[in-house]
Design a protein around this ligand. Structure first.
Ligand code: ZN
Length: 65
C-alpha cells in the first residue's frame, strides 16, 4: 500500500549517499526504493543500469580528484 501513497503524494526522498557529492542517490522513506539523478537532473529509479553508471562515475572521480 505504501507504493500507492508514493504514487499519489510522491516519494519522500532522503539523500542516501554522502560518499560523493557529485553523485546523488536518494532513498524513499516510505516505500524504501532507491533513486538517483540522471544527467538531466531528473530523478530516476536506481536500477542495475544506474548502479553501474554511478560506480563508473565514482571510479573516474577517484582518479580525477
Ligand atoms: Zn516511495
Amino acid at each position: 500500500m505504501k507504493e500507492i501513497i508514493c504514487m499519489i503524494f510522491g516519494h519522500s526522498l532522503n539523500k542516501s549517499s554522502a560518499r560523493n557529492a557529485r553523485i546523488k542517490e536518494y532513498k524513499c522513506s516510505c516505500c524504501q526504493k532507491s533513486f538517483t539523478q540522471d544527467g538531466y537532473g531528473e530523478i530516476v529509479i536506481l536500477d542495475s543500469f544506474w548502479k553501474q553508471n554511478n560506480e563508473n562515475l565514482r571510479a573516474s572521480f577517484g582518479y580525477a580528484f
